[in-house]
Design a protein around this ligand. Structure first.
Ligand code: SF4
Length: 231
């Protein structure tokens, strides 16, 4: 696994745990609002070896409670070996994923290497290709991951980064029935870091608009909340 970045401590990335966040290189999507554009093409030069990472985690074990692995997209690279090593440190593992490799997601979960999954729901099915930036996207791959997580075998959340210029209320008309019954769903407001894939094209919705989208979702997912909105 290419470890391209390491945030040594975060209270935000792993719900309820003090965690470190690893950034991996490579992704099979090209979301135009992606903040990690420099990590997408892969292979990207690793910033840390696996040995350095494990040594760091062992050293910080009294402080850290978990490790969040985010992208890029973890599933683009072989991961089970490093996940096994992280598990041996006793830390919990959270996996962020776009769900485009359901076979890998299932395998890692069934091997007991993951404690929590956060999967992106990029948009309604009709709008998915555009928002994921993949013209020949195979929607059934995303649907398979959603179905797997909905079975509830592992703690998970679904989440959508909501972007003016890509999403409308019609997306939530579609997402609601699709993920009905899921345990928790978060709407995250887009912000332009200045390093996104398609700069200058998109903006954020207002807080009231975001609350409106959340209201659309609640009949389908009781625990729907906004995340990271501080305006
Ligand atoms: S799935 Fe995530 S890492 Fe991949 S392009 Fe989209 S936002 Fe970026």
């Amino acid at each position: 696994m290419n470890i391209c970045g390491l945030q040594k401590t975060t209270l935000l990335d792993y719900p309820g745990r003090v965690a470190a966040t690893l950034f991996t290189g490579g992704c099979n999507f090209r979301c135009p609002f992606c903040h990690n554009s420099e990590l997408l093409e892969g292979p990207v030069e690793a910033a840390y070896s696996e040995e350095e990472l494990i040594a760091f985690l062992r050293k910080r074990k009294g402080i850290l409670e978990g490790v969040c692995i985010t992208g890029g997209e973890l599933h683009c690279v072989p991961t089970w070996r490093i996940l096994s090593k992280i598990r041996e440190t006793g830390l919990a593992v959270k996996l962020d994923t776009n769900g485009y490799k359901p076979e890998v997601l299932k395998d890692l979960c069934q091997k007991g290497l993951v404690d929590y999954v956060a999967m992106d729901i990029k948009a309604s099915k009709e709008n998915y290709k555009k928002v994921a930036g993949v013209p020949d996207l195979k929607m059934e791959r995303v649907e398979e991951s959603v179905e797997f997580l909905l079975q509830g075998g592992i703690p998970y959340e679904f989440r959508t980064t909501v972007v003016r210029g890509l999403h409308t209320s019609r997306d939530f008309d579609g997402i609601g029935p699709w993920i009905q019954g899921c345990s928790q769903y978060y709407l995250q407001c887009f912000s332009d870091s200045g390093q996104i894939l398609a700069p200058g094209l998109y903006s954020a919705f207002t807080k009231d608009e975001m609350l409106g989208f959340a209201g659309q979702m609640r009949p389908f997912v009781k625990k729907t909340a906004l995340r990271g909105i501080d305006y």
